[in-house]
Design a protein around this ligand. Sequence first.
Ligand SMILES: O=C(O)CCC(=O)C(=O)O
Length: 637
Amino acid sequence: MWPGPGSGPVSRGLFVLGMHRSGTSATARALNLLGLPLSRPPDLVTTRAGNLRGYWEPQSLIAFNEKLLNANQSAWWCPPPRAELLRNLEAAPPQALAEASSAFQSVHYSAQWAWKDPRLCLLLPFWQKALNIPVIAFLVLRHPAEVASSLRARNRLNHVWGLALWECYTRQALINLRGRPVFVHRYEDLVDDPEDWCKQARAFMRRHGFTDVPGGEEEVASFLEARLRHHRDASLAPPLLGEQQLALFQHCQQLVGAHESFQPQLDDYDSPAAQAELAAQRRRWDRLHNNSKNRERKSNSMNTDIPPGWEKWLARNAMLRLDENEIVRIMASHGFGEELVRRELAELRSDPRYHAGAETAQILQKIESVLDIRHSLLGLLPSTGQVERRREVRRGEFLARYYARNTPVVLLDVADTWPARSSWTLDYFEQQLGDEMVEIMANRDTDLNYERHGEKHRMQVKFREYISYLRENPTGNDRYLVANNGVLDLPGAKRLRDDFESPAEYMDQAASTGRIFLWLGPGGTVTPLHHDVMNILLVQVSGRKQIQLIDPLRLRYVYNDYGVYSSVDAANPDYSRYPLFAQADPITVVLEPGEALFIPVGWWHYVKSLDLSTSLSFTNFVFPNEYYWRHPEPPSS
Ligand SMILES: O=C(O)CCC(=O)C(=O)O
């Protein structure tokens, strides 16, 4: 059970500082594995199954910090000049400090903690005042060119901008940490030699009164290994550093190591180029911010105006070239006058932003036509709409017929010799792992979107308690041990790994850490319609599962509203809201014990257990299995 908000002291903590994209997340997670809690788990930002990347930072405090920057007419991507920020933070009223302290205590509940947010480079003086505790810190450094390339790939910031941010965050971190105990390391120190890093980090932590937990080195190494695999950025030409940036970077290199009283030697001011770039970005922030304020004013003052939801509907359909009369007719049926709608359309079409949107929509529609044509051509084959069920598929054939062709198949013989097939009973799990703490997803019955809100549903239990729950509840959807709980990566779960093996024809047996996942739950568990970001082999060890599969060529029929999720309940589609889903053409497969379903990357699937069930999913194929995805997400403000 997690203690309630604000129940613990905030007396001892490690602040993890460093520029965005520098490895602060990996550092926070590593400290966490050495024994420092990061925050209440529901508040922690991490990501989905099979993707071990996470940000390992409490969401509510990120929001708090971003609001602090916004109050200074800035944001993480356009930080304010240091002197101005300090002046404003210094003048923060007691109420703001009390609010900060209470926000902090509601997520950092334990007597010791680590807190990572790159914004701390800028905001540390404020937090020190609000929390009134000694600052002890880890500072992570990464080469500015790598940071800038990463920001470009991930946030589409150009190199000049990325370097200016690196310079500003790094400089402010160094200055704000002056005189404090600081452990400075490079991202690559952690990645290249996690064991040595852990040794040094432990020594530093102990010297400063933190209690670490034994072990953890192996987990740190395997976390980093998995992270690295997922973390390669597209290689781009490295940006050129300015003279002052180079000097700052070189000085940073000299600072690597543990300091009892950190004494960096540097100018207080960023290079003129960085200052100019960030000033330009702040003007952009201001324009964006004030424009939206003006819009708010405009829509408040004119009650004959079209509300934002309808404005968006109208703009989208105009860009998708829905006939103007049809737009007028639909809006009229919702009470909008014809003249108003036609005026709004004319105004919209005179805006260059409309033309940019319309061009994008045309390309999108063209891509959709290509997908539809491919799907209808495949429909000419009698085998389309069925999933083959095969034995003895050799590696070459698997590649040529299924993997490279993005075609699902049921493999009937991959688990024939696994001891797990007979030994994995609830009694056996209890005997082998009963005393281990495991994570499960819980309270799913209280939340229609339990899969999307996975973070909120994580719960730690003794494995024995979960087994008792399964005995008492052989059916239901409230609790489920899923891939995302990472149980097989617990040191105690090693014993289970001797009970099965990665199918050698398709899998790289040496690369299994962090890439094989256990699913254990009652009959009736449902994993709602989604797709994975890589290829998966789902092997049924015991019990049956029913799976609905939808070809990625049917993308526009599944209403992919966010990330990898569909908004349709595939078991009970509401066709009045989601009429296109009627053309999604799902294929149903029932997986019996011992059978394996190859779910190719991007294929949508809805999974329901028909019995109390144990499955394993494998992602460690011998073939490349990493893809670059862009998903729908809410527009950033
Ligand atoms: O077995 C389940 O409940 C879901 C499996 C799944 O969706 C997956 O492996 O991606």
